[in-house]
Design a protein around this ligand. Structure first.
Ligand code: NAD
Length: 448
């Protein structure tokens, strides 16, 4: 089906009300889960081909998370779909009020390349669980995964789930179609373009964007464990993770020790020769490889395999390019700091990040950082783990995005909250009508 035909077809299918029922939502989720499990091998191969992801890493960061999300939706959907009663105001004596979470209709999901399976399917699961139809546009930069998604999801009728393959041009054309909702994951630059297009038809959007997520290590942190957990979060997928720590500040008394522990943790995770380690991923393409080498010419690299070894970049100039752009690769700028105030000022004066990481045992300090800074999420004494629980919403703020999803929050995001009021016929206050001589007095009593 041509992309321009899909939206009217999906809208007319949606108008038939089938996708709104609990039975249909559960059945679609069951079918989806079955198809994904049946084709797990195909996806593992695609992720290996696109990004050099090892099977274990791909299962942990992409496939397992998606299974978990489907299970979570299936377990809770019935409860979430129930109408919610609200209280009645004094002015509404005898009336009943409630809210209904209703699907928007036809939803467009645009996905990036770095977790091309999970970041395409987790929003899709939320949209389906909420009773919508979906058009999915995977990233052209992870072509094998995009093809596998196309092939597997073509088992659904296109009126319910359609996958459209293409590049930036096609994405722009898609955003111009009369969708009821657009869910975009990608860069802030493209997020702005998508929002501009969506604004032309007042299409609501969720933007899951990127940015520079800071990491703070205080002197009372458990340095060895902190280093291991930072190494895990920074170098998984070769640093191409939207919530990876982008740069680090360590308190000056422990700076050297933390740096040494980090170097040791990297060796423990990926060995002396990470470029030869099959558990260590590669950079997605030559353009990104060259961009990253531009930040760190001294990093060990392999132009054939497009791998760049984990690299600690000590104290680069705060005005240098590496500290202006999101790094999105295996390079970690590292700075010592004396006063936490300086670090917090630095963070507060920059665009709001997607994540902030804090390693400390000091609860007062933890409270201070939480109070003073704004970021999509915060993870204390670990990295990335805040994203892998369906109980926490995931999303950005300011430059790192708007809106959030995962678990119940996905259900909220892809549902419109409709307010309903039912008035009684047995009661009709005369004072609200213009001829009532008491109107002014009673209203002034009611709205004090
Ligand atoms: P991208 O913005 O280049 O591409 C995302 C999608 O937009 C792709 O499907 C692509 O085809 C499309 N696109 C690209 N250029 C376009 C244009 N000019 N007009 C319309 N559509 C266009 O992002 P990417 O390189 O795939 O992903 C990396 C970025 O995504 C990083 O900034 C990263 O931080 C961010 N990201 C965010 C999250 C999150 O959950 N917040 C997750 C992963 C990645």
């Amino acid at each position: 089906m041509e992309y321009a035909e899909i939206v009217p077809r999906q809208k007319s299918y949606f108008a038939g009300n089938t996708t709104k029922t609990l039975a249909h939502r559960l059945e679609t989720l069951r079918l989806l889960e079955g198809l994904l499990r049946e084709n797990e091998g195909l996806f593992l191969d695609a992720l290996e081909a696109d990004l050099g992801k090892s099977a274990d890493e791909a299962f942990m960061t992409e496939i397992g998370i998606v299974y978990e999300e489907i299970q979570f939706m299936k377990r809770h959907l019935k409860q979430w779909m129930k109408a919610k009663k609200v209280k009645t105001a004094m002015t509404h004596l005898g009336s009943k009020g409630w809210t209904i979470l209703e699907p928007y209709g036809a939803v467009l999901v645009i996905a990036p390349w770095n977790y091309p399976f999970q970041l395409a399917l987790t929003p899709l699961i939320g949209a389906i669980a909420s009773g919508n139809t979906v058009v999915l546009k995977p990233s052209e930069l992870a072509p094998k995964t995009a093809d596998a998604l196309f092939q597997v999801l073509s088992q659904f009728r296109e009126e319910i789930i359609a996958v459209v393959l293409g590049d930036a041009f096609l994405t722009t054309q898609l955003v111009r179609q009369p969708f009821d909702y657009c869910f975009f994951t990608g860069s802030s630059r493209v997020g702005k373009l998508v929002m501009q297009e969506a604004a032309k038809q007042l299409m609501p959007v969720t933007l899951e964007l990127g940015g520079k997520s800071p990491l703070i290590v205080t002197k009372d942190a458990d340095l060895k464990l902190a280093a291991k957990r930072v190494a895990f979060g920074k170098w998984i997928n070769a640093g191409q993770t939207c919530i990876a720590p982008d740069y680090a500040f360590a308190q000056e008394d422990v700076y050297q020790e933390f740096k040494d522990e980090l170097a040791q943790a990297i060796r423990e995770l990926y060995g002396e020769k990470p470029l030869e380690n099959e558990k260590y991923g590669r950079i997605v393409n030559r353009a990104h490889f060259d961009r990253l080498i531009g930040y760190a010419a001294d990093a060990q690299k392999d132009e054939e395999t497009l791998k760049i070894a984990p690299f600690l970049l000590e104290k680069p100039d705060l005005d240098s390019a590496v500290m202006q752009e999101e790094i999105f690769g295996p390079i970690l700028p590292l700075y010592p700091y004396r006063n936490l105030e300086e670090v917090l000022d630095f963070i507060k004066m920059r665009p709001k990040p997607l994540a902030l990481y804090l390693f400390t045992k000091n609860r007062d300090l933890e409270r201070k950082v939480l109070f003073e800074t704004s970021s999509g999420s915060v993870c204390i004494n670990d990295t990335l783990m805040q994203i892998s629980t369906p109980y926490l919403p995931f999303g950005g703020v300011g430059a790192s995005g708007m809106g959030s999803y995962h678990g119940y929050q996905s259900f909220r995001t892809f549902s419109h909250q409709k307010s309903v009021l039912r008035q009684p016929n047995w009661l009709d206050f005369s004072f609200r009508y213009p001829q009532s001589k008491w109107r002014g007095k009673i209203l002034r009593l009611l709205f004090k």
